[in-house]
Design a protein around this ligand. Structure first.
Ligand code: FCB
Length: 506
């Protein structure tokens, strides 16, 4: 009897230690503890730029998101959006903005020339934007792409070329044509049996028209984040809340991996015809997943599992050709293995995982520590965590041994004298430098999110991620924030100077 009890206790302690051992840790550092003094000099030829996405800056096209925006307005679902509430079908404070603003977003259609001039004045040598599928194929019936849509993007490429700014083009940045969501044999969107044919037709047109003008492509922006928000949480169209966690969306993840393979192949075939070298990858949304309490083994286990499934599974699948769910091979995707010429990283901060011993399969996710009043946060209450950026970049390098581009990194900070953004910019760029110098990561470029304030999806227009402020209520007037000056100087020096480090980092 005593013997059995002893085995039981020892076994329990063993399991507890095992979970602690494999679990993640909450790290005490805010900045990586390296002691190098500034200046922090970046490699020659480093790509410096900003990123935008079509639905967030361009006029409304015939997309699933435009349908959602119109529906939210018609149904009056535009009150304050809070992380705790059921916000499905709502867009935060959309009703505070006139119809013209909702339709034109930042009025970029009329002003991209001026905006790109500003990017050039800010010394950008690269710029990331997305091509809206629905702008080229607004209706289901058409067999040819819209001439007007093609002319619009051709003008953007022309402008970038004149300014000597290299384009980086994204093909799926959260939106698809509205007709793609009409049911076909009971399936909608990416689940339709013709989804890949339709997407392939779009990519083919983009390659034919713009393949000669772009050497850097991103097939999918944040596929896992999009699946999570659209099919599990439900705040993005198609607003589903499937039960069963990641397994419930694993088929969709596979479909997106197939879409990536297809787009990769089309772009590469086009480049081969042109005798051109191009680089194709995806943008992966990353966060530092850490336990809420280091002393709680289940928090640590949950953080480790969340990081693996949310950050790495999709990239691992491209690397190996097999998509795994919770470590179990789910599906091999023919022709996928190795189709990533670079690793695209989007990074916005830290998430905490908190478990409940009485219901161990469930856990809460916090975007900041509710019990730490001193934690640095953005105005969206996302915890800032530069050291986590270093860890992600270091891990990406170790896992995949490929060039890395930071395709997004930014903060919601609304004032014109945006000290928090200056701090964010300088501390995060120092972590990029640390990853290059200490982890020997081959990081080739950095795109700040974003060039200008824009429509932040279900968060609406109130969040402000721009280096340039947009006054939506006064003719979309643009005013560069203080951080735009800081970024320009960093680009010009190709380095973070001691002055910038001293004034902004602390
Ligand atoms: C990323 C999205 C981008 C923007 C930023 C703030 O997840 O890719 O479009 O909304 O967040």
């Amino acid at each position: 009897m005593w013997y059995l009890l002893g085995v039981f206790i020892l076994g329990g302690v063993g399991v507890w230690w095992f979970i602690r051992w494999i679990g993640a840790l909450r790290h005490p550092h805010y900045l990586s503890p390296f002691t190098d003094a500034p200046p922090y000099q970046f490699p020659e030829g480093f790509w410096w730029g900003t990123a935008t996405a079509a639905q967030q800056v361009e006029s409304q096209q015939n997309t699933d998101w435009t349908a959602f925006e119109k529906r939210a307005m018609a149904e009056g679902k535009f009150e304050k959006y809070t992380p705790e509430a059921n916000n499905i079908g709502h867009i935060h404070q959309l009703g505070d903005y006139p119809a013209e603003v909702i339709a034109k977003k930042t009025d970029y259609d009329a002003r991209f020339g001026e905006d790109l001039d500003t990017a050039a004045a800010m010394k950008h040598n690269a710029y990331r934007f997305s091509i809206c599928w629905a702008r080229l194929f607004p209706t289901a019936e058409q067999t040819e792409a819209s001439e007007e849509g093609l002319r619009y993007y051709a003008a953007i490429f022309d402008k970038l070329e004149t300014l000597g700014i290299k384009p980086s083009v994204t093909l799926f940045h959260f939106t698809t044509p509205a007709w793609f969501w009409e049911e076909k044999q009971g399936k909608r969107g990416w689940e339709r049996s013709d989804a890949l044919d339709q997407f392939g037709r779009f990519v083919q047109v983009v390659a034919e028209h713009f393949g000669g003008r772009c050497a850097h492509w991103c097939t999918l922006n944040e596929p896992v984040g999009w699946l999570y928000t659209s099919y599990l949480v439900g705040v993005f169209p198609p607003h589903e809340q499937r039960k069963g966690g990641l397994l419930a969306v694993a088929r969709l993840a596979v479909r997106l991996l197939e879409a990536h393979t297809l787009a990769y192949d089309i772009l590469k075939a086009d480049a081969a015809k042109r005798n051109k070298t191009i680089s194709v990858g995806i943008a992966k949304h990353t966060r530092a997943f850490e336990p809420y309490r280091n002393g709680a083994p289940l928090d640590r286990l949950a953080a480790r599992i969340a990081e693996q499934s949310f950050v790495w599974d999709f990239l691992d699948a491209i690397h190996t050709g097999t998509y795994k769910v919770m470590g179990t091979p789910f599906q091999k995707i023919p022709g996928l293995a190795g189709k990533m010429d670079y690793v695209g990283i989007n990074y916005y901060g830290r998430f905490y995982l908190k478990s409940d011993v009485f219901s161990p399969q469930r856990f809460s996710l916090f975007m900041h520590d509710p019990h730490d009043p001193n934690e640095r946060k953005s105005e969206l209450d996302w915890a800032l965590y530069p050291h986590g950026f270093y860890r992600i970049l270091q891990a990406s390098h170790q896992r995949y041994q490929r060039p890395i581009y930071v395709l997004e990194n930014g903060i919601d900070c609304r004032s014109l004298d945006d000290t928090q953004r200056q701090h964010f910019l300088v501390t995060h760029l120092r972590e990029v430098w640390n990853a290059i110098h200490h982890a020997k990561a081959d990081i080739r470029g950095y795109f700040h999110w974003s060039l200008l304030d824009n429509f932040e999806w279900a968060e609406g227009f109130t969040s402000r991620f721009g280096l340039i402020h947009v006054d939506y209520l006064h003719d979309f007037q643009r005013t560069p924030r203080k951080s735009a000056e800081v970024y320009t100087q960093i680009i010009q020096d190709n380095a973070i100077s001691p002055e910038h480090w001293e004034t902004a980092a602390f």
